[in-house]
Design a protein around this ligand. Structure first.
Ligand code: APR
Length: 233
């Protein structure tokens, strides 16, 4: 089976009703990164940061995977599919994808501020954490999120996966944030690269096949093109 590696970003979940970051009206229009998504912000105003992620979680538990997520999961019938996502939602997993690597952490998980190996899963009926919610060793819990300015622990594993791709697909990311955007440079030069995004996206490869559509329609088109490729049409 051919190995398809899919790099996804906020646009993948837009049709489920989750805001992107950099489109107009996106999350970074409403909040300043420095106020809610850095270690310094958490140090300065932990309640504000916890509330920012509580709001994100309350939104997530109300939404469902869209046809794009489901289409990608269905591709496992014909391909060895590996997803590398910048998204902190769990919509790929909900859609049934088996191999999902989260580069920027996971919204439904929280961890101890004193011991990063103490990770806990939140549930849809209790999606908040607040000041005073502690790990089993008595330390404040924080979101299990990679904030700006923090190391990205999963990047080397993601780079290995990207290197092994037979087909590479990018869906719904503006490719503005590194090291995630740099994963494309690990893809071997002769490997076909598809991009699904309604907007133009600047990448380091000039030979990208751009499917200029939203995620749901774009994944349908991708499956058609790959089906034709496999059948040699
Ligand atoms: N289908 C597919 N793509 C879409 C759709 C859609 N329906 N709607 C918007 N997009 C595209 C936009 O055109 C844009 O290229 O999704 C992309 C979203 O880009 P960003 O908002 O920059 O999100 P992303 O690239 O995931 O951001 C990367 O930045 O703030 C951080 O940590 C956060 O993981 C995030 C990282």
């Amino acid at each position: 089976m051919k190995k398809i590696v899919v790099l996804t970003g906020a646009g993948m979940s837009a049709e489920s009703g989750i805001s992107t970051f950099r489109d107009s009206g996106g999350l970074w229009d409403k909040y300043r990164v420095e106020d809610v998504a850095t270690p310094e912000a958490f140090y300065k105003n932990p309640a504000l940061v916890l509330e920012f992620y509580n709001i994100r979680r309350r939104e997530l538990v109300k939404v469902k995977p869209n046809e794009g997520h489901i289409g990608i999961a269905e591709m496992e019938k014909d391909f060895d599919v590996h997803i590398i996502t910048q998204n902190i939602d769990n919509l790929h997993e909900q859609a049934g994808s088996a191999n999902v690597l989260h580069l920027h952490g996971e919204l439904m998980k929280v961890r101890s501020t004193a011991d990063e190996s103490l990770i806990y899963e939140l549930t849809a009926d209790k999606p908040d954490i607040n000041i005073g919610d502690k790990c089993e060793r008595g330390h404040q819990l924080r979101p299990h999120i990679v904030w700006f300015g923090e190391a990205v622990p999963m990047i080397s594993e993601a780079a290995k996966i990207a290197e092994q791709a037979d087909i590479f697909v990018i869906i719904g990311t503006s490719m503005n944030v590194y090291p995630a955007a740099g994963l494309l440079d690990y893809v071997k030069k002769h490997i076909p690269v598809y991009l699904i995004d309604p907007q133009d996206v600047r990448t380091s490869r000039y030979d990208v096949h751009h499917i200029k559509k939203g995620a749901s329609e774009g994944v349908k088109e991708l499956r058609k093109r790959l089906g034709d490729l496999v059948k040699g049409r």
